[in-house]
Write a protein of this length. Structure first.
Length: 285
């Protein structure tokens, strides 16, 4: 059965997307196609695989740089639904940068029939809509930020916040340089400190304030078990924590700079993310 397996990226996050058999990839982007002997039903059956078998399946795609694999499925309620698997084979509840890629995918392949459309990524409903001349990936507004948590680390008490914008995040405002090497031991320990759901783990996002409405952030992602170039839900988490614990003048866009690029968080008229998506990417040699 014919299908399309394509490479897409947003702010340095790189994904493989297994699209519908009849979906044609725009001819102007032939470099995004990935040739593989896998058949489309193989991708649809991944939910029945063990974690190890899914990890082996992803490894067999021989794409060294992907964050994970998105498998599109037909839906009677939405434009489509998407199952997303991290590089270690674990299913993900949501991915913000992938949602931006899927918005472009739907627009250019004809899956989107209207200017505003809905789709599912994992367990999260995403609404794609046009605002200020670009398409945003909007999510259901998460529960309020939960604060008052702390972790003892190297004789220092580190306070952190919890929020789940589709994916659970522990968020730390860091008032020093965001040095991934120095912060790695703390991230590895905090990654297991989900205060709401024991043993579920969480992503860990550190952010620092650059100026009003402008943040820097880095995210350690469970499932990938490493720092990511960018994390859409991490940018959302940092922006929401920042907006709750700091007073600032009325402006509805917060800029979050991550190692892979700048993400924008829209707070009004609805909560949404913009991370410039693009077809294809270059794999490391």
């Amino acid at each position: 059965m014919e299908y399309s397996l394509v490479k897409m990226s947003a702010s340095g996050n790189k994904f493989l997307i297994a699209g519908f058999p009849e979906t044609s990839v725009p001819k102007k982007n032939p470099s995004c196609l990935l040739k593989t002997k896998k058949q489309y039903p193989d991708f649809l059956n991944l939910t029945n695989f063990t974690l190890k078998d899914r990890k082996d399946f992803l490894k067999s795609l021989q794409n060294k740089d992907m964050e994970g694999l998105a498998v599109l499925k037909k839906s009677s309620l939405y434009a489509f639904e998407c199952e997303f698997y991290n590089r270690d084979g674990s299913p993900a509840e949501m991915c913000g940068n992938l949602s931006c890629c899927l918005t472009l995918y739907a627009l250019e392949t004809g899956l989107a029939k209207e200017e505003t459309f809905n789709f599912m990524v994992g367990k999260e409903k995403v609404t794609a809509f046009k605002h200020l001349g670009k398409y945003w990936a909007g999510i259901t507004k998460p529960a309020p930020v939960k604060s008052g948590f702390s972790i003892q680390f190297q004789e220092t008490v580190i306070p952190y916040h919890f929020i789940c914008p589709g994916v659970p995040h522990g968020v730390v405002e860091w008032k020093q340089d965001l040095n991934p090497s120095l912060l790695l031991p703390l991230a590895l320990e905090l990654r297991h400190k989900n205060p709401v759901q024991e043993n579920a783990g969480l992503n860990v996002t550190f952010f620092s304030i650059q100026k009003e409405h402008s943040l820097k952030a880095i995210t350690f992602e469970r499932g990938v078990e490493n720092w990511t170039k960018a994390c859409g839900t991490g940018a959302l988490a940092a922006a929401l924590v920042y907006s709750q614990i700091h007073s600032f003048s009325n402006q509805n866009i917060i800029s979050v700079e991550m190692p892979g690029g700048v993400l924008e968080i829209l707070t009004d008229p609805s909560l949404a993310l913009f991370s410039r998506p693009q077809w294809s990417y270059t794999e490391p040699v």
